[in-house]
Design a protein around this ligand. Structure first.
Ligand SMILES: [Zn+2]
Ligand SMILES: [Zn+2]
Length: 469
C-alpha cells in the first residue's frame, strides 16, 4: 500500500525557496534538492505507514545549465541531474526537483507530468528510492509529490516549513472541524488557526509537573493529536504539581500518562491521545516520535534530552525544551527560582551548546538503567552523579513555565511576539521578576547545530547516529 507522504522544509531551505521565486522575475526557475527519508512503519494515530521527506540541501540550477526558460516552462541539461542522482544514491537521499510558476498558483501541469515521468524513469533506472517534485506558485502556494519506482505518484498529504516559524500549506482534504468550543481563540488568531492545530501532532515527553500542564494546555488549544511519554507512576509527593492527579491515584499506583489521558478524555474535546509507558529512548517510541510536528521536552533526564536534541535537527521536528531550577533560601540570600525554555530547530543553537544537558550525566543515567549494581558502586566511589535527591518543586512555577513553552509553539504558528517566531532561549528569573534572552555561543565543532551534515538527514543507522542505542 502506498504510504501517506509529508514533505518538510527546514527554515534555511524554505528561505532559499522563497528567494528562488522572487529571483526569477517572472521567468520559471528550477533547483535540485536532497531529502532525508523518515519511514514510519506505523503512524500511531492513523495506524498506517507514513513517509516523510525532510529537506537536507538545495542547489540552484545555474543559468548555463539551462536550455531555455520562460514564464511557463524551464528546461535544463541532464549533466547536473545525473550528478544529483549519483549524490542521492551514494548518501541514500531522495533527489528532488523544484520549479516555480511565476505567473500562477502551484499545480502540476500536463507538461510537468510528461517531463517528470521521464526524469523519474531515469532516477528509477539509476536506483534511487524515488524522485520528489515541488512546485512553487507566485501566490505562495506549494505542491509536492513523489514518484516511487513501484507505487507510482504519491501526492504530499502535508507540506510544511519548520524553524522559528511553523507553516503548513493546507491540503485539499483539510477536514472541516466542529470546534465551537474554540471559537474564542479564533477571534484572536483568525479562522485558519483551529483547523490547523486540529491537524497537528505533538508529543509531551515527561508527564510530571511541567509536562502534565503542557498536555492539558495543548488539549484545551485544540491540538488534535497528542503523544504522552512517561515511565513513572504517580506518587504522593507529585500531588502538589501534577495536573489531574488525585490522592486515589497514588493508592492505585496509576501511571502518570494514564492520569493525563483520563482527564483529557473526560474533557471530551476531540483530542486523539496516544500514550507510551516507558523511557523516551526506547526504540518502540521511534515511529511515534518521528510522526510528530512538535515535541515538548519536559523531562530532566539528560540522556532523553540528548536524544530529543538530535531528533530536532535530523527530522526537522521543532523541540521545545523546558527546565526549572529552584533553590531554597539560605540565611539572607533570598530565593533562586529559574525557568528556561529552549527551542530547537536547524539554524539555532542546540542544548549541548547551551550547556543545558551534560553528556557525562547522560552516561551516568544510562549506566544506572543498564547496570544498576555497577552504578551504585561508582556512586559510592563518587565517580557518578545521581540526581535522585528530590529537587524542590512548586506548582505555580512549573505551570508557568509550561505556559511559556506552549506560548512558544503559538509564536511559531502565529508569530504573536514577532516574525521570527520562537525565541531560541528564554530564561525567566522569578526571584528577579525578569526574562532574559540568552545568546548561546555555539561550539565551533558542534556536529548538531553548527555543521549542517545531519540537518534533515532523517533515518540513519544507528538511529540519530547515536552509538550504543
Ligand atoms: Zn509546472
Ligand atoms: Zn550545538
Amino acid at each position: 500500500m502506498t504510504p501517506a507522504l509529508d514533505v518538510i522544509f527546514l527554515e534555511p531551505h524554505a528561505e532559499q525557496l522563497r528567494r528562488l521565486l522572487s529571483d526569477g522575475k517572472g521567468v520559471e526557475m528550477a533547483a535540485y534538492m536532497q531529502f532525508g527519508v523518515a519511514q514510519i512503519g506505523l503512524d500511531p494515530w492513523s495506524g498506517m505507514s507514513r513517509m516523510r521527506l525532510v529537506s537536507h540541501d538545495l542547489v540552484h540550477i545555474i543559468d548555463d545549465e539551462k536550455i531555455s526558460a520562460s514564464s511557463v516552462h524551464v528546461s535544463w541539461n541532464t549533466g547536473g541531474y545525473m550528478r544529483l542522482l549519483s549524490e542521492s544514491l551514494s548518501s541514500d537521499f531522495v533527489p528532488g526537483i523544484v520549479h516555480t510558476h511565476p505567473s500562477s498558483h502551484a499545480f502540476f501541469s500536463q507538461q510537468d507530468d510528461i517531463n517528470e515521468a521521464e526524469l523519474a524513469r531515469t532516477a528509477a533506472i539509476k536506483g534511487t528510492r524515488g524522485l520528489a517534485s515541488i512546485v512553487l506558485g507566485e501566490d505562495g502556494s506549494v505542491k509536492a509529490r513523489i514518484w516511487l519506482p513501484q507505487d507510482g505518484v504519491v501526492d504530499a498529504h502535508t507540506v510544511q516549513a519548520v524553524g522559528g516559524r511553523f507553516m503548513r500549506w493546507p491540503t485539499a482534504d483539510a477536514r472541516s472541524l466542529e470546534a465551537s468550543h474554540l471559537e474564542r481563540q479564533s477571534r484572536l488568531f483568525g479562522t485558519g488557526f483551529n483547523p490547523l492545530v486540529s491537524t497537528l501532532r505533538m508529543a509531551v515527553v515527561g508527564c510530571g509537573g511541567t509536562g502534565s500542564a503542557v498536555a492539558m494546555l495543548l488539549a484545551r488549544l485544540g491540538v488534535g493529536h497528542l503523544l504522552l511519554i512517561d515511565n513513572d507512576i504517580i506518587e504522593k509527593t507529585n500531588l502538589n504539581r501534577v495536573h489531574g492527579s488525585r490522592r486515589a491515584d497514588t493508592e492505585r499506583a496509576t501511571p502518570k500518562i494514564d492520569i493525563i489521558e483520563r482527564e483529557i478524555m473526560l474533557a471530551d474535546l476531540g483530542v486523539h491521545v496516544i500514550k507510551h509507558r516507558g523511557w523516551v529512548n526506547d526504540p518502540a517510541m521511534r515511529d511515534s516520535l518521528k510522526a510528530c510536528d512538535f515535541v515538548f521536552g519536559c523531562t530532566d533526564d539528560h540522556s532523553g534530552r540528548i536524544m530529543l536534541n538530535r531528533l530536532a535537527y535530523f527530522y526537522g521536528i521543532p523541540v521545545i525544551d523546558v527546565g526549572l531550577r529552584m533553590m531554597a533560601s539560605s540565611a539572607g540570600a533570598g530565593h533562586d527560582i529559574n525557568g528556561r525554555v529552549t527551542t530547537l530547530s536547524p539554524g539555532r543553537p542546540c542544548l549541548l551548546c547551551g550547556k543545558v544537558v551534560s553528556a557525562k550525566r547522560a552516561a551516568d543515567e544510562d549506566l544506572k538503567r543498564i547496570d544498576p549494581v555497577e552504578h551504585e558502586k561508582r556512586k559510592r566511589e563518587a565517580y557518578v552523579v545521581d540526581s535522585n535527591d528530590p529537587a524542590p518543586a512548586v506548582v505555580t512555577f512549573t505551570t508557568e513555565m509550561a505556559c511559556v513553552a506552549v506560548n512558544e509553539m503559538l509564536a511559531a504558528l502565529v508569530g504573536f511576539h514577532g516574525d521570527d517566531g520562537m525565541e531560541p532561549t528564554r530564561s525567566r528569573r522569578f526571584h528577579a521578576c525578569d526574562d532574559r534572552f540568552l545568546s548561546v555561543t555555539q561550539a565551533e565543532t558542534c556536529p548538531i547545530c553548527v555543521s549542517s551534515r545531519f540537518w534533515g538527514r532523517a533515518d540513519v543507522e544507528p538511529f540519530l547516529d547515536m552509538i550504543g542505542t
